[in-house]
Write a protein that binds this ligand. Structure first.
Ligand code: PRP
Length: 203
């Protein structure tokens, strides 16, 4: 969990029901920058020799830039910020919509490299509720040989965290908050509503 005054402030803007779509998208963009910055602490670096104007020194770079995978729709609002911090990254896409009655994800898009062996993957989705969507997405990635998945979420429910933990998938989670729980519609409480609708309008 990332506990920082600016992280709390942007997450508060997103939670506030009075925040309009443009301000919501701006807050998610800035929050993603901070969460990906923290997630990147887990990346190995490689050192290499450079010359400054004054003389030689050792530089450093991310050894193996990850594949970024925003989960559509809501994860789209995190893609630009993550790519700006990790410009050498490549990007894949997974489209999932949660059924409003069963709460199970329905997949409508899988655009991922076929072989992810040796490739770290950063999955971007603002919300982890029941965990059905992220387990589905991370399983697609693990089935392609990935053994290093970092999930970046704005906020999570304890039920979703437990489902990810119980999945046995090779993943770590970076989030700004673990909220109280889920209501009878499987919405995170207090949460922020539906991150897709708040960014892009209702379907
Ligand atoms: C939301 C959210 C997650 C998922 C979380 O997406 O962005 O992907 O629900 O719920 P879960 O943990 O219970 O699976 P939604 O299905 O509403 O689609 P959208 O991004 O198109 O709005």
């Amino acid at each position: 969990m990332v506990d920082h005054p600016l992280v709390r402030s942007r997450l508060t803007d997103m939670r506030d029901a009075r925040t309009d779509s443009a301000s919501f998208r701006a807050a998610l963009h800035e929050l993603t920058t901070m969460l990906v910055y923290e997630a990147a602490r887990l990346f190995p670096v490689e050192e290499y020799a450079i010359m400054t104007p004054v003389g030689p020194t050792e530089g450093a770079r991310v050894a193996n830039p990850p594949l970024l995978v925003p989960v559509l729709r809501a994860g789209l609002g995190m893609a630009d910020a993550a790519l700006a911090l990790l410009p050498e990254s490549s990007m894949g896409f997974v489209g999932l919509a949660r059924d409003e009655e069963t709460f199970e994800p329905r997949a409508y898009l899988e655009s991922l490299p076929t072989d992810l062996a040796g490739k770290p993957v950063l999955v971007l989705d603002p919300m982890l509720a029941t965990g059905g969507s992220l387990v589905h997405c991370c399983r697609l990635i693990a089935d392609r040989g990935c053994t290093d998945i970092i999930v970046v979420c704005a906020l999570a429910a304890p039920e979703g965290v437990a489902r990810l933990e119980g999945s046995g998938l090779p993943l770590r989670l970076v989030t700004a908050s673990i909220d109280e729980g889920l209501n009878d519609k499987a919405f995170i409480v207090p949460g922020l509503g539906d991150a897709g609708d708040r960014q892009f309008g209702g379907m």
